[in-house]
Design a protein around this ligand. Structure first.
Ligand code: NAD
Ligand code: 6OD
Length: 486
């Protein structure tokens, strides 16, 4: 039986009390292995190892040496690509075609991109006059913030974990990662890569477990943690913010969304359908940036609904490795229950089910998996819970609008503010509307097109702070001003 151990101070260790929990594959509910659950002792060991490593060989590496080491980590992930791919697909059930194009390559690229950003980032400098005429020189100096707690979710496990670990290490910090209890495998595997590449012990640590009353809560409360970076649900973000307030630790919160797509009549319909297919159904709808609310200009509404549901009906569900499969299960039985509860609620709230709405018949071998049908609704009122709350499944609601202002108002009518997609061939309109949307990320005629130098984060209840490019440097370093009297 496979065991997922903690990775502390460069070594794999079991839980002190031998406490474990099951890791099951959502494809067919088979048992993948047992995950060790960290208690206070293991979290304390990991935090102490990370603190000690801040003044060990890691701190003696200059920036170029650190960058070269992280480039090696990226290369080694790519060399062990197939192992990472298998681990990720087992944990999440996502199609190999998806994970081999997004999760694993981006998991590796995150180490290179932030090394490059750091190597090229300028610091500010101001020459000032003084009464004695000699003047003074001010310049910014960046220091690592210290021990960073990285709390990551299950939807893009390697990608979203390295999105934080990459810049944290590039800036000279050390990390303790608490991956999602549903997806422990790739984070565990990364420990091996760190050792193979010669990353000093204690720089990268992993503790497994759950959130409340478990490793997540223990880690965010640990006094040796200097800052916390979190990706996950908004409610969890609120709890973590409270934990971070003790000792005034810095936080970066990348939280939930209820993202809109706005499709204007002057769009290129082929592009809008292709993009909305991806934004609503990629990764089985489990992408924080995904579209769950689609607003379509009335004159093309019927055509858009027909084309989207025709296209969505061709999605092929199946095992990650099966030829042509482009939709996996959702991540777990627990998440399936949540998604199915919204499918039921949609009917109760008066939706017209244009497609899906139930559990697919997958055959005997797969029926125990966490399968749900891709689903499209129309006809709900804007105050329906299905329209207001994040579902995080392969589903969307489509609603017509009559004017540009109405589309903007509808898109903004949500407590969330993560992402939006606008579909129009009129550039002036795209610029106008994107400026009005209350979101951190807005795509025009595309979706999930990522340049890692750009700011990434959410407005309103979708998060606090920005990561990506120099914005990650802002979070992962303490900026000091040095003032030299000349
Ligand atoms: P989640 O909030 O349930 O869990 C995320 C992580 O937090 C897990 O590792 C979990 O164990 C841990 N955790 C839970 N409670 C905790 C606590 N009290 N203290 C410390 N740690 C705790 O989220 P999830 O279900 O894993 O992920 C899905 C959610 O993540 C969705 O809401 C999605 O929108 C969001 N998400 C946001 C982004 C973004 O960039 N904004 C990206 C991906 C996912
Ligand atoms: O692409 C990224 O860098 C990123 N953070 C994506 C987040 C996706 C959310 O599910």
């Amino acid at each position: 039986m496979k065991e997922y151990l903690h990775f502390i101070n460069g070594e794999y260790v079991a839980s002190n009390d031998g406490k474990t929990f099951e890791n099951r594959c959502p494809v067919d509910n088979r048992l993948l292995g047992m995950v060790h659950e960290a208690g206070a002792g293991e979290v304390d060991q990991a935090a102490k190892a990370a603190k000690a490593a801040l003044s060990g060989p890691w701190s003696k590496l200059n920036q170029a040496a650190r960058i070269s080491l992280l480039n090696k980590v990226a290369d080694r992930i790519n060399e062990r690509f197939d192992e990472f791919l298998e681990a990720e697909c087992n944990d999440t059930g996502k199609p190999r075609s998806l994970a081999s194009h997004i999760d694993i390559p981006r998991g590796a690229a995150n180490f290179k991109a932030f090394s490059e950003t750091l190597a090229n980032a300028p610091t500010e400098s101001f020459r000032m006059d003084t009464p004695d005429g000699t003047g003074a020189l001010n310049y910014g100096h960046r220091k690592p913030k210290g021990v960073i707690a990285v709390i990551s979710p299950w939807n893009l496990p390697l990608l979203l974990m390295t999105w934080k670990v990459g810049p944290a290490l590039a800036c000279g910090n050390t990390v303790v990662v608490k991956p999602s209890e549903d997806t422990p495998a790739t984070t565990t595997l990364l420990g091996e890569v760190m050792n193979e590449c010669g990353v000093p012990p204690g720089v990268f640590n992993v503790v497994h477990g759950f959130g409340p009353n478990s490793a997540g809560e223990l880690l965010t409360a640990h006094p040796l943690v200097d800052a916390i970076t979190f990706t996950g649900e908004t409610k969890t973000g609120e709890t973590i913010m409270q934990a971070a307030s003790v000792g005034l630790r810095d936080i970066s919160l990348e939280c939930g969304g209820k993202n809109a797509a706005v499709v204007f009549a002057d769009c290129d319909m082929d592009k809008a359908i292709e993009g909305t297919m991806r934004s609503a159904f990629a990764n089985c709808g489990q992408v924080c940036l995904g579209t769950e609310r689609v607003y379509v200009e009335r004159s093309i509404f019927d055509e858009f609904v027909l084309r989207l549901k025709t296209e969505a009906a061709t999605l092929k569900l199946g095992r990650p490795e099966s030829e042509g499969v482009n939709l996996g299960p959702v991540v777990s039985q627990k998440h399936k229950a949540k998604v199915m509860s919204y499918y039921k609620l949609a009917i109760e709230e008066g939706a017209t089910v244009e497609l899906g709405g139930g559990e697919p018949e997958m055959g005997e071998a797969l029926n125990g998996g966490a399968w749900v049908e891709p689903t499209i609704w129309t006809g709900l009122k804007e105050d329906a819970r299905v329209i207001r709350e994040e579902i995080f499944g392969p589903c969307c609601h489509i609603q017509p609008f009559d004017s540009e202002q109405e589309a903007i108002d509808l898109a903004n009518n949500t407590p969330y503010g993560l992402a939006a997609a606008i579909w129009t061939e009129n550039t002036a309109k795209a610029v106008r509307v994107s400026a009005e949307l209350d979101v951190g990320i807005c795509w025009v005629n595309s979706w999930f097109l990522r340049d890692l130098r750009t700011a990434f984060g959410g407005a309103k209840q979708s998060g606090i702070g920005r990561e990506g490019g120099v914005h990650s440097l802002e979070f992962y370093t303490e900026l000091k001003n040095v003032c030299i009297k000349l």
